[in-house]
Write a protein that binds this ligand. Sequence first.
Ligand code: DC
Length: 215
Amino acid sequence: MNSFTIAIDGPAASGKGTLARRLADYYHLRLLDTGLTYRAVGHALLTHGLPLDNESAAETAARQVDLSNLDKHTLSAHAVADAASRVAVFPQVRKILVDKQRAFAAQPGGAVLDGRDIGTVVCPNADVKLYVTASAEVRAGRRLRDIESRGGHAELAEILADIVLRDARDTDRADSPLRPAADAHLLDTSEMSIEAAFLAAKSIIDVVMAKRSTA
Ligand code: DC
């Protein structure tokens, strides 16, 4: 198989990142968590003490984003996630980052990309598009368990409020809002384990791969 692109979209804490990693490992594809690119822009503004509505500073930061140097640990902070969803509304920031994401996807060998607009904007010709979702309550519960498993503490109600706010920002923005592509396979993981979600995705992908190899 020359090149195979898997596009995974979905709201915050839907499990799309974990699924993307499992699929990339299983199919030996390169992986890009595009959320990290928006987080890198938000992080740059926070680090320089710049307001998050400073569009030209956000554009400059977007140009400087280096896909080979995205530090997941530094970018995982809650304040960075919030900043990312604010700078993600700027069309110029999106254009700059989408160009970099497309260049990543176009490299030989194929790739898995996860985000909010992969199937709709970044890779509209992806071989497989998955839209991973779960109820806000389930996503909040997963995030709480994740925080607690790393020794942290948080309030479920606060996490839920944050998820609802971020969903609204991602879904309501004018440029490339979060929505499933018309040809995306919907995967509601509210009542699915990670393993079950992986197996469901794998069976969709295997069918497409088999068709491709006999075409
Ligand atoms: O997936 P994440 O939580 O790391 O994403 C952080 C923010 O980045 C998210 O709230 C919206 C933005 N984002 C986006 O607008 N488009 C993408 N493809 C990925 C993320």
